[in-house]
Design a protein around this ligand. Structure first.
Ligand SMILES: O=C(CO)[C@H](O)[C@H](O)COP(=O)(O)O
Length: 285
């Protein structure tokens, strides 16, 4: 089998396993992520729907234009995030989505994730944050110990177009390039008053993401630009996320720290791994 078929098979098997385990008839509100792996999840939902295995009142919340199209093409009922009741009266919590199934660009051992390879991470994070459970699905290339081990395209950062050069400069000046070599890892104090406020960070390089088959930059579903910020290995994703998010004009950072509850990976050999934060890997057939 070719390498690309193996990857597709791995995406598909992870998606099917995650949907079967998580989209039970009790699920009434389902978040649908974005990207190529999610396509397989939606295909599985159609099969379950045809077998009357889904909640008859199921509604789906989209995370992008693509996801909205997937939902409607599958004959599933879509609903806007803001049209959901703010409070789940049964469980008395403010998470109105039961489960969200989404892809990822890289997932570390704690299930922190890089997302936004498809430039959809702003709405993906809104939906994930409103979900009782975020389940990630991916192929074996995304499964890593530390963010930055495998994904080398940088952290996607959605920004306000009118100040893109200023924001780029400010991100790059989080750690002046002149201070370090391209391979070194240095400690950057994020606040002057505490030595503990330091984290490993490589020289950030922020590139404006360019469109394919369209002249100029990628424009997100929200009308914004994307900077891909290369920082090397990310040992403290929450810190990095907060540091970048503090820059005025940054709308959302494609780091999902401590949000996902479960991640499913399809392997090259056809097996599937399910991971939870800090857990041992569980092998499924
Ligand atoms: O975050 C995303 C889009 O913003 C995607 O979920 C992520 O890029 C993974 O995509 P794929 O399943 O195509 O590998």
């Amino acid at each position: 089998m070719s390498a690309s078929s193996l990857v597709e098979q791995a995406k598909c098997s992870a998606a099917i396993a995650a949907v079967d385990k998580n989209v039970l008839p009790s699920v009434r509100v389902l978040g649908i992520g974005s990207g190529s792996t999610v396509v397989y999840a939606v295909q599985r939902l159609v099969e379950l729907k045809d077998q009357n295995k889904l909640n008859p009142d199921l509604v789906c919340v989209a995370t992008s234009f693509q996801s909205k199209q997937l939902i409607s093409d599958a004959g599933l009922r879509g609903v806007d995030l803001d049209d959901l009741p703010a409070l789940d009266s049964e469980q008395r919590c403010f998470k109105s989505i039961d489960v969200t199934i989404d892809g990822a660009d890289e997932v570390d051992s704690e299930l922190n994730a890089i997302k936004g390879g498809g430039a959809a991470h702003l709405r993906e994070k809104l939906v994930a944050n409103a979900s009782k459970k975020l389940v990630l699905i991916a192929d074996y290339r995304k499964d890593s110990q530390t963010l930055g081990d495998k994904w080398d395209c940088g952290i996607p950062v959605e920004i306000l177009p009118l100040a893109w050069r200023t924001i780029k400069r400010q991100i790059e000046s989080l750690c002046p390039k002149s201070n370090i070599s391209s391979t070194s890892t240095v400690a950057i104090p994020v606040s002057a008053d505490s030595a503990a406020d330091a984290f490993a960070f490589q020289s950030p390089r922020a590139e404006l993401r360019q469109a394919v088959r369209k002249a100029g930059p990628v424009v997100t579903d929200n009308g914004n630009f994307i900077l891909d910020v290369a920082v090397g290995k990310i040992h403290d994703p929450r810190r990095v996320e907060h540091l970048i998010k503090m820059i005025p004009g940054v709308i959302e950072v494609g780091l999902f720290s401590g949000i996902a509850k479960e991640a499913w990976f399809g392997n090259e050999d056809g097996s599937i791994l399910c991971r939870t934060p800090r857990s041992e890997m569980k092998k499924h057939e």
